[in-house]
Design a protein around this ligand. Structure first.
Ligand SMILES: [Zn+2]
Length: 144
């Protein structure tokens, strides 16, 4: 038996590398991994710094007021996976964080007309509660 209110899309798995990122997302906050040696941000999270190779990393809380700009995007008119058929077209974007432009964060832009999306468009991060204890970072237009 299934109910229509059940979340149908894949739920991101937490692992040893990304757990602090997703734990913060569940609290509607952005936390990024940072290299303890060269201080570069590491995103997506990983076992070592891709800039200098140092395996010692730490986490920096950036909070819940996150602004960014569209670095690149695609508009999908077909669902890649079950559950996305209700959200078409899907605007999948790579956004450059205003606080750290070298960090590129991929997520969908929601509540937005796909025809209005442009590279350089200002965005704000929002979090969608997908289950009782999980939340997904997404982007919304910051133009309004
Ligand atoms: Zn490093």
């Amino acid at each position: 038996m299934s109910t229509k209110t059940e979340y149908e899309k894949p739920i991101p798995l937490k692992n040893g590398d990304n757990q602090p990122y997703w734990d913060a997302a569940d609290q509607h906050e952005l936390k990024l991994q940072k290299c303890a040696a060269c201080r570069s941000f590491i995103h997506p999270p990983g076992p070592a710094c891709p800039t200098c190779g140092n395996p010692e990393t730490e986490w920096e809380l950036l909070g819940s007021d996150i602004s960014a700009t569209v670095y690149s995007y695609v508009v999908s008119y077909r669902p890649f996976l079950p559950g996305f058929q209700h959200d078409l077209p899907t605007i999948i974007t790579v956004a450059s964080l205003d606080a750290a432009p070298e960090v590129k964060l991929m997520a969908n832009i929601i509540n937005c007309d796909a025809k209005t999306v442009k590279i350089g468009m200002p965005l704000k991060m929002t979090w969608v509660d997908i289950t009782e204890d999980r939340a997904l970072p997404q982007w919304v237009s910051a133009k309004e």
